[in-house]
Write a protein that binds this ligand. Structure first.
Ligand code: DGP
Length: 223
């Protein structure tokens, strides 16, 4: 790795049952293999991180074991990301690649879908470390609903996922219009086979295998 490079921050977003967890894990292994030649390491984070005190409250909510006001749960999800912000930054500065399964974009999509104002939903995440690349696994909510395991958690209902997808589409349009300054947004067709999706993801990620240039960005810092 050249001395001017730091670790890359890569985020994968998508609807529930878009194959996201499988793909994040495949990508993690492939990044590790590709990096065997160099000193770069890769760590994987699955948001929400359910092991912290805040994460446990989120987990209980997702399993419908507790009820929380929509604003409250939104802020808890954001707080859960802030809990990890300094860890993410430290990894990147040490040259470690950070691969995150979900991030602030899920935060906006799931809460704006409930009717909370878009800008209000974005506000608590302003200033978080910005990804260098965000990959959105795009799948129709109808196809996602036919996949194994669907419906086990609170948000896994077709009408919820349709609303979430509309907000994700809006975020994607804004990020692309913005020239990618908040973490380049790339849409991947997740309706293809597992192998094809993995290949498409790899094409987007490969330029970052040996790290990213420049300082770590901050999400929506120029609003
Ligand atoms: P996952 O572990 O990726 O299946 O995510 C669990 C659920 O939590 C999933 O339905 C999406 C939802 N979720 C993830 N991040 C957020 C967030 O920041 N806000 C809200 N409201 N929901 C989220």
């Amino acid at each position: 790795m050249s001395s001017s490079k730091r670790g890359a921050f890569i985020v994968i977003e998508g609807l529930d049952r878009s194959g996201k967890s499988t793909q994040v894990s495949l990508l993690h292994d492939r990044l590790q293999d590709a990096q065997n030649a160099g000193p770069t390491k890769v760590v994987m984070l699955h948001f929400p991180i359910r092991t912290t005190a805040i994460g446990k409250m989120i987990d209980a909510y997702l399993h419908s074991e507790s009820e929380l006001d929509d604003h409250t749960i939104h802020l808890l999800f954001s707080a859960n990301r802030w809990e990890l912000a300094s860890t993410i930054t430290a990894h990147l500065e040490q040259g470690t690649t950070v691969l995150a399964d979900r991030y602030a974009f899920s935060g906006i999509a799931f809460s704006a879908r409930k009717g909370l104002p878009y800008e209000w939903c974005r506000a608590p995440d302003v200033g978080l470390p910005a990804p260098d690349l965000t990959l959105f696994l795009n799948i129709s909510p109808e196809v996602a609903a036919t996949r194994a395991g669907y419906g086990l958690e609170r948000y896994e209902k077709e009408e919820v996922q349709k609303g979430v997808k509309q907000v994700f589409d809006k975020i994607g349009r804004e990020m692309q219009e913005d020239g990618g300054s908040e973490g380049k947004w790339v849409e991947i067709d997740a309706g293809k086979t597992k192998e094809e999706v993995a290949e498409d993801l790899w094409k987007a990620v490969e330029p970052l295998v040996n790290g990213a240039q420049g300082s770590i960005g901050r999400l929506w810092e120029n609003l």
